[in-house]
Each structure stands twice: as C-alpha cells, then as structure tokens.
Design a protein around this ligand. Structure first.
Ligand SMILES: Nc1ncnc2c1ncn2[C@@H]1O[C@H](COP(=O)(O)OP(=O)(O)OP(=O)(O)O)[C@@H](O)[C@H]1O
Ligand SMILES: [Mg+2]
Length: 266
C-alpha cells in the first residue's frame, strides 16, 4: 500500500515572518513620509520667514524714500537742506538695489542657475583680487589689509566670479566689523590636495550664541550697526551657498572684542 506523503509546510512560522517584514516595511514608509512631511513643513516655514523678511527689508527704505520725497514736494525742506535730502533718497535707493540684487542672486543659486561655468581657477589670485577691490574701503575705515599666499598658483575647479564674491563678502565684513587701527589678514595656502584660505580680523567679534546663526539669511547680530554700514544680512548666506557649491568646508571662530576668522578648505 502506497502511502501518500504529505509535506506540511511550516505556514504559521512563515506567515509570522512575512507579517513582521511587512510591518517593518510599512513602518519605514511611514517614517519616510513623516520625515518628508516635516521637511516640507520646514521649507514652507523658511519660505514664509523669507517673504516676511524681504517685505520688511524693502518696506523700510521705501518708507524713508517716500517720506523724504513727500517733504520735498510739500516745500517743507529749506533750500540748504535739499542736497542732504536728495543724498538720503539716493542712499536708500542704493540699499534697495543692493538688497534686490542679493535676493536675485540667492534665488538663482537656489534654483541651481549661475553654476554653468566651472573652470580651473586660482584661489590665491582671486583672494588677492578681492583684497585690491576693497583696499580703498579698508583705507577709509583706517583698517590695515594684508594678503599672504604660500607662493605659486593654487588651482581648483570653480566659478571665478562666485569665488570673487565669496572673498569680497568676507573681507567686506572683516573691514566693516573692525575698529579704527584694526587689521584684516587674508591668507591662502596649499596643504596636500587641499587649498586653505582664511580671512581674519581684529574686530568686534561675534557673541557665541550668534555664531551659528550668522550664516542664516537676514540674520544680523547688531541690526543698527549693520544698517548703518548698509548691511542686509545676506552676505554670509551667499558665502555659505557658494562654499557649498564648491564643496568647500567653511568654519568660523570668533571672540568678542578680539576678532573673527573664517576658514575655508577647498
Ligand atoms: N567679521 C565679522 N566680525 C563681526 N561680526 C560679523 C563679522 N562678519 C559678520 N558679522 C555679523 O554677522 C552678521 C551677518 O553678516 P552678513 O555678512 O551676512 O550680513 P551684513 O554684513 O549685515 O550685510 P551684507 O553682507 O548683506 O551687506 C552681520 O550683520 C554682523 O553682525
Ligand atoms: Mg556682510
């Protein structure tokens, strides 16, 4: 008599295994969905903050311009005061133009535009050019500006005009937030495969709690001082973006009333 051999699959065990895997996968998908949701929430929040900041920063100079023009039109300004009023209108307009240009540049970076040309660029030569551009401003502020490169060309793949803007922004800060008789040192050196560049100053420094925020858009430690110097708080946000595009590491060390050093490793 033949026996029909029936093989009993361990259904119970496999089912549990499948079920556990299914639960684990579902859990991961839920986690991913939640993280996407919170990312989107964060982006939405940043967008809202950005629009509120832009509106505020534009409204302030526009309100001044409107006020000065209204006073001139109403004949409320003495003849001898007119040049000063016209100068103020010009100053505020220049501030607005600079702000709009910075915003447009940042949004073009956000959208990945402007990044077409990446060529062999000499970091040391660009840093030297930025120093020359700002030499007159340094003299005006009675700040000594020195440049020191470890000799020879220091080539890396990069976008020339963006890198120039990066150094100009850093040196501009080092001059603006300095004190009369202070020093700004710009250095570049090759270390192995990398190029190190730094901008250091002997200026007012940045308080510890503000150091991680200075790279945020529109963040200014001392709004009144920054406004006096024509700052909009976008310079370091632009610097950070450009460094990121060049895969450069950027770090900041600062001590109040001693000075600030920003270092980049390309
Ligand atoms: N070298 C520095 N020394 C002291 N404070 C600095 C220095 N660099 C930046 N800061 C502080 O960080 C803030 C942000 O700098 P950022 O360059 O982004 O803006 P800004 O200089 O105010 O304006 P902008 O660069 O748009 O003209 C400044 O307002 C200033 O308070
Ligand atoms: Mg600046």
């Amino acid at each position: 008599m033949k026996h029909k051999v029936t093989y009993k699959k361990p259904f119970g065990f496999l089912k549990i295994l499948h079920f556990r895997r299914y639960i684990a996968r579902a859990g991961q998908s839920i986690k991913r969905a939640l993280s996407r949701l919170s990312d989107r929430h964060k982006i939405d929040k940043l967008r809202r903050e950005f629009s509120a900041n832009v509106s505020h920063e534009l409204k302030t100079p526009l309100t001044s311009i409107y006020g000065y023009a209204e006073m001139l039109e109403g004949g409320m300004v003495k003849e001898e005061d007119k040049p000063a009023f016209i100068h103020k209108i010009k100053d505020e307009s220049a501030r607005m133009i600079a702000l709009v240009e910075d915003i447009m540049f940042l949004s073009s970076l956000d959208e990945g535009k402007n990044v077409k040309v990446f060529e062999k660029t000499d970091i040391a030569a660009i840093a030297a050019e930025a120093c020359e551009k700002l030499r007159a401003k340094a003299d005006e502020h009675k700040v000594r500006l020195s440049f020191n490169a470890g000799g020879g060309a220091m080539f890396k793949k990069g976008n020339r005009s963006m890198l120039l803007l990066l150094f100009v922004n850093l040196i501009d800060n080092a001059i603006k937030y300095n004190t009369s008789g202070g020093l700004v040192r710009v250095e570049a050196a090759r270390r192995g495969r990398h190029i190190w560049a730094s901008v250091s100053d002997t200026g007012i420094g940045i308080p510890k709690e503000a150091q991680k925020r200075v790279f945020e858009r529109f963040y200014r430690v001392d709004k009144s001082r920054s406004k006096k110097t024509g700052g909009t708080g976008l310079g370091l946000a632009i610097v950070k973006h450009i460094a990121l595009l060049h895969h450069a590491e950027i770090s900041l060390q600062s001590h109040e009333n001693i000075g600030t050093t920003v270092t980049m490793v390309f």
